[in-house]
Design a protein around this ligand. Structure first.
Ligand SMILES: Cc1cc2nc3c(=O)[nH]c(=O)nc-3n(C[C@H](O)[C@H](O)[C@H](O)COP(=O)(O)O)c2cc1C
Ligand SMILES: Nc1ncnc2c1ncn2[C@@H]1O[C@H](COP(=O)(O)OP(=O)(O)O)[C@@H](O)[C@H]1O
Length: 311
């Protein structure tokens, strides 16, 4: 897959010169609804024997159009993750547009001309609610007009699950509520986050369950409080483990939220390393125990449940 970054006004030499079927969207999460749009574009590409391209922006459109501070946005997928998911879907060219004032102030016609027609799009596919150019000025109904018969417009209807549209917003809300099983079903793959191993309170070792204490960058959306089945990748190797996202309520009040993971079949000191956590299943909510004996027996129970999950 070719990844091409474009900043308005781009140099035409940067554009791949073959005909494409182009899927448009921000695609945060690359969830099942997004996959349907991209696979529709792929089907068109196969029929016409042209390349499959996807176009996205480097930041969420709300940062540009609603002036939301970018630091307030927690994405479902980092750009790195998005790129690898696109590659997995068989995308040939992935265009990443810098969403700045120059791009945002193009008229809808200029946007369509420069970023669809001039990119050699023969087909443009997007979801029914896609808008482009200046916010709310253009949408899928008016796209055909700006296309001037230069490309075919394909609108993909919303994908529904349990009577609700599958959307990035819905998945974000499910992550916040700890509903990781729903999250993974709606994404069509297992949710992952990358974090750094930091020092904790060295209590884990005493309990017989050492834990990786993890810190995440501010743009990363971690699941809501609860105990989870996870897999963690350390230096390229995947380990099974159980995670606690909570306030360590057994050890006092007003404590900070921590993310801690006890790994099975693992015994290394890896402070400062980056690890990838795959969130697999929700086990239970955090419990306040009267003493550490209750907590230890619960941890043994959690371990049984986690092993049962993997079996
Ligand atoms: C799988 C798992 C489940 C946990 N469940 C609870 C819980 O229900 N209540 C609680 O107070 N602490 C719970 N903890 C956190 C422990 O209380 C303990 O603070 C932590 O594992 C060690 O902290 P440290 O690494 O900061 O020393 C859990 C930890 C893990 C790994
Ligand atoms: N099975 C394991 N699961 C998680 N961490 C482990 C494991 N074995 C060793 N470790 C190491 O021990 C550290 C955690 O020990 P712990 O007593 O919980 O101390 P701290 O809370 O100070 O990090 C981890 O950061 C990791 O480097």
């Amino acid at each position: 897959m070719k990844v091409i970054y474009l900043t308005e006004p781009y140099d035409p030499k940067e554009i791949d010169d073959e005909a494409i079927s182009l899927a448009m969207g921000f695609f945060d999460g690359v969830h099942l609804g997004h996959q349907k749009v991209i696979l529709k574009a792929k089907q068109k590409a196969n029929e016409k024997k042209i390349k499959l391209a996807v176009m996205t922006f480097d930041k969420h459109p709300s940062v540009q159009f609603q002036k939301k501070p970018e630091r307030s946005i927690k994405y479902l997928t980092s750009m790195e993750k998005k790129i690898s998911l696109m590659e997995g879907l068989g995308v040939d060219i992935f265009y990443i547009l810098t969403l700045n004032n120059d791009l945002a102030s193009l008229t809808p016609q200029d946007f369509v001309t420069k970023y669809m027609i001039d990119l050699h799009a023969q087909v443009v596919v997007a979801g029914f609610d896609y808008t482009y150019g200046k916010k709310d000025i253009a949408n899928m109904d008016t796209l055909a007009k700006y296309a001037h018969q230069q490309f075919e417009v394909v609108t993909v209807p919303e994908l529904i699950s349990e009577d609700q549209k599958i959307s990035s917003t819905r998945i974000r809300a499910a992550i916040d509520k700890g509903q990781i099983n729903d999250v993974n079903r709606l994404l069509g793959y297992e949710y992952q986050t990358i974090g750094e191993v930091v020092h904790g309170e060295a209590r884990g070792r005493e309990l017989g369950f050492p834990t990786l204490n993890l810190e995440f960058n501010e743009h990363i959306r971690i699941p809501g409080p609860g105990i989870y089945v996870t897999r963690v990748q350390v230096s390229g190797v995947w380990y099974r483990g159980m995670a606690s996202i909570g306030y360590n309520v057994t050890f006092g009040q007003d404590r900070e939220l921590t993310v801690e993971i006890n790994l099975f079949d693992f015994n290394e000191m890896i402070y400062g390393q980056q690890v990838t956590v795959e969130w697999l299943s929700y086990l239970r909510s955090e419990i306040k125990f009267d003493g550490i004996d209750g907590l230890i027996s619960q941890l043994n129970q959690d371990k049984k449940m986690t092993i049962a999950y993997f079996n």
